[in-house]
Design a protein around this ligand. Structure first.
Ligand code: ZN
Length: 185
């Protein structure tokens, strides 16, 4: 089932989301709905607060880019992160142009650590400690920010913040168009 996506301006995107336990009701179905919602909106990551649930749950799905052949793979790489925590970050950082399904029409370069070490549980409640890099690391950092009430536009330079202020305020006011369904106030 495709769920409506919450837009910037909704207070749920500014809350610190709560961890969940293995007895959380209908978790598998919720995760399936989040993947369906993300792909229907052409997203590569979705955090539960974006579908109006303040819990620490993230889905990620993208086709890996092969630098050598300069093509995207056909198989989708998927990661379900339950109660994820960032344990450490690399000193090396890079810029990557990010967007967000909750902030339609805005894309900005964001500086983040290249590699991170994370701890999380997967959909079967297996525990993982992983060092991750590339697209996975980038999307995981963006989505874990959502669980802490942060969005990518918080992380752009003061100058860019000033330059995009009107566009951000338009999103907050509900003045945007999307090809996917948003939860309207
Ligand atoms: Zn986002």
């Amino acid at each position: 089932m495709i769920l409506p996506i919450v837009g910037l301006g909704d207070p749920i995107l500014r809350k610190v989301a709560a961890p969940i336990s293995p007895d959380y009701p209908n978790l598998k179905e919720l995760i399936a709905n989040m993947y369906e919602t993300m792909y229907a909106a052409d997203g590569v990551g979705l955090a539960a607060p974006q579908i109006d649930l303040s819990i620490r749950l993230v889905v990620i799905g993208f086709r890996p880019y092969d630098e050598k052949t300069e093509t995207y793979g056909t198989a989708t790489e998927e990661h379900t992160l339950i109660n994820p925590e960032i344990l450490g970050v690399s000193t090396e950082k890079n810029y990557f142009c990010e967007g967000c399904l909750s902030i339609p029409g805005i894309h900005e370069d964001v500086l983040r650590p290249v590699d991170i070490r994370i701890h999380y549980f997967d959909a079967d409640w297996n525990e993982h400690f992983e060092e991750i890099s590339g697209m996975y690391s980038r999307v995981a950092q963006h989505e874990i920010d959502h669980l802490d009430g942060k969005v990518f536009t918080d992380r752009v330079s003061q100058l860019r913040k000033t330059l995009i202020r009107r566009k951000v305020n338009d999103v907050i006011a509900g003045k945007y168009r999307t090809t996917y369904r948003m939860k309207r106030k």
